[in-house]
Design a protein around this ligand. Sequence first.
Ligand SMILES: *[C@@H]1O[C@H](CO)[C@@H](O)[C@H](O)[C@H]1NC(C)=O
Ligand SMILES: *[C@@H]1O[C@H](CO)[C@@H](O)[C@H](O)[C@H]1NC(C)=O
Ligand SMILES: *[C@@H]1O[C@H](CO)[C@@H](O)[C@H](O)[C@H]1NC(C)=O
Ligand SMILES: *[C@@H]1O[C@H](CO)[C@@H](O)[C@H](O)[C@H]1NC(C)=O
Ligand SMILES: *[C@@H]1O[C@H](CO)[C@@H](O)[C@H](O)[C@H]1NC(C)=O
Ligand SMILES: *[C@@H]1O[C@H](CO)[C@@H](O)[C@H](O)[C@H]1NC(C)=O
Ligand SMILES: *[C@@H]1O[C@H](CO)[C@@H](O)[C@H](O)[C@H]1NC(C)=O
Ligand SMILES: *[C@@H]1O[C@H](CO)[C@@H](O)[C@H](O)[C@H]1NC(C)=O
Ligand SMILES: *[C@@H]1O[C@H](CO)[C@@H](O)[C@H](O)[C@H]1NC(C)=O
Ligand SMILES: *[C@@H]1O[C@H](CO)[C@@H](O)[C@H](O)[C@H]1NC(C)=O
Ligand SMILES: *[C@@H]1O[C@H](CO)[C@@H](O)[C@H](O)[C@H]1NC(C)=O
Ligand SMILES: *[C@@H]1O[C@H](CO)[C@@H](O)[C@H](O)[C@H]1NC(C)=O
Length: 343
Amino acid sequence: MACPENMFFLIGLFMSGVLACFGKRDMITTLPDRLDVLTGSCVQIPCAFYIPDQNYYKFNSTILISGVWFKKSPQFGEGLDNVIFNSSETVNRYEGNITGNMSQKNCTTVFFNVTTSSSDKYLFRIESQPFCATDTEKSVDIVVRDLPPSPIITVSGEVKEETAVSLNCSAVAPCPEHPPELIWTLPTQFTPENQLQENPDQTKSVLSTVTFTPSYLHHEKNITCTAVYPVGTINKTAEHTMMLNVSFSPKNTSASISPAGPVLVGSCVNLTCSSTANPPVTNFTWFQISGGNTTQVASGLSYTLNVTVGDGGLYYCEARNSNGLGKSEEEKLAVKGETEIFL
Ligand SMILES: *[C@@H]1O[C@H](CO)[C@@H](O)[C@H](O)[C@H]1NC(C)=O
Ligand SMILES: *[C@@H]1O[C@H](CO)[C@@H](O)[C@H](O)[C@H]1NC(C)=O
Ligand SMILES: *[C@@H]1O[C@H](CO)[C@@H](O)[C@H](O)[C@H]1NC(C)=O
Ligand SMILES: *[C@@H]1O[C@H](CO)[C@@H](O)[C@H](O)[C@H]1NC(C)=O
Ligand SMILES: *[C@@H]1O[C@H](CO)[C@@H](O)[C@H](O)[C@H]1NC(C)=O
Ligand SMILES: *[C@@H]1O[C@H](CO)[C@@H](O)[C@H](O)[C@H]1NC(C)=O
Ligand SMILES: *[C@@H]1O[C@H](CO)[C@@H](O)[C@H](O)[C@H]1NC(C)=O
Ligand SMILES: *[C@@H]1O[C@H](CO)[C@@H](O)[C@H](O)[C@H]1NC(C)=O
Ligand SMILES: *[C@@H]1O[C@H](CO)[C@@H](O)[C@H](O)[C@H]1NC(C)=O
Ligand SMILES: *[C@@H]1O[C@H](CO)[C@@H](O)[C@H](O)[C@H]1NC(C)=O
Ligand SMILES: *[C@@H]1O[C@H](CO)[C@@H](O)[C@H](O)[C@H]1NC(C)=O
Ligand SMILES: *[C@@H]1O[C@H](CO)[C@@H](O)[C@H](O)[C@H]1NC(C)=O
């Protein structure tokens, strides 16, 4: 080992914190904290490094740089035995490629065909003779699973009838070369817009946006976003289902009179209003049309009256919630013996 820092490297692994004793890190790497990966797929690790004190270590970016990845070992003393990739070697424990330009301090790396046994924390190291450095304080946690995580649906604000709403579905794309395809299942026509997005930690996600105008008929209907990940010759899928909660003004408002037929003066009659609304109806109001005049006669879901002369006529109800109102058809209350002169 021609690298004088290799001693440090080993000691650093022996007692992580030794380098910190000198009050600085000889290299600072930028890595995502965690990557969720699918078995058999690839993983792209966004990676960048920065040398805080170039003169001291005589880092010269024009000299061939080896990029080395190794497992962060919980055991002491393993050091370089944990190397899984060395860009200067042609055969490595992990099949991969540093796709970033290391002369520009970009150490972005792709590993192919990862397996569950690859789940571990990894550290990055550069070797550019005579300069060698490892940032022992920054590792990336690679979590390999057989099944992809569920995509995430988000909704912009309140879902209200006749008001365009936009929905986002986002799925992680740890292998940006083979991003997932997002498929929506909605109770209406829609046109999705898909894009590959970069997250703040430089990892990638696929985002699909749909905009549609819900009607009250879509209330409590399910919407689903399915992420289809191509892995070799098969597809692996994960989905997120969400029930739509559409807010709408009262619909199907109707009034009923019980008993239905003509009634005698002095008997009891019950008028009941029904309606569907979201949020529920807060206010039912009853109106009587008699002699060409409309009069508000009561409020409440049902209106019970002890029939007197003059109660005959047409009745309707109004249902109200915060979104508006619904009006019922007019229903006739006929009083026996009373001539229908008012109608
Ligand atoms: C970097 O290395 C190249 C090639 O060895 C050399 O020509 C150049 O002078 C070096 N630059 C510095 C700043 O040492
Ligand atoms: C990486 O490969 C180069 C070239 O074979 C070698 O000199 C260096 O020691 C290797 N580094 C590690 C950490 O294995
Ligand atoms: C590694 O990545 C570079 C840059 O993207 C590309 O030119 C090269 O062909 C890749 N090598 C392998 C073995 O995939
Ligand atoms: C680093 O390299 C990767 C892979 O080539 C590239 O996608 C990315 O944009 C580069 N990052 C920067 C900051 O240039
Ligand atoms: C990497 O960056 C260096 C310095 O900016 C540049 O000279 C070189 O052409 C780049 N290499 C590739 C493969 O893009
Ligand atoms: C991926 O790894 C598995 C198990 O190691 C192996 O059977 C398979 O052939 C590999 N696939 C590719 C494309 O390298
Ligand atoms: C959907 O994503 C876009 C882009 O990130 C963002 O501007 C928008 O606010 C998001 N909308 C929702 C409903 O989350
Ligand atoms: C809607 O989704 C929920 C939860 O996934 C499920 O229990 C329910 O059966 C679904 N309803 C319909 C109408 O598909
Ligand atoms: C995988 O999914 C894609 C997109 O949904 C589809 O076109 C393709 O036929 C599927 N392949 C298999 C093997 O199911
Ligand atoms: C209706 O009112 C009359 C007069 O007040 C009363 O005699 C009668 O018992 C009432 N009928 C009912 C069903 O309450
Ligand atoms: C009127 O009808 C409503 C709804 O069916 C019922 O809840 C209420 O008890 C009835 N009132 C009378 C006085 O019959
Ligand atoms: C219900 O609506 C009627 C008619 O608009 C109104 O007069 C009444 O004050 C309302 N009642 C409540 C409790 O909001």
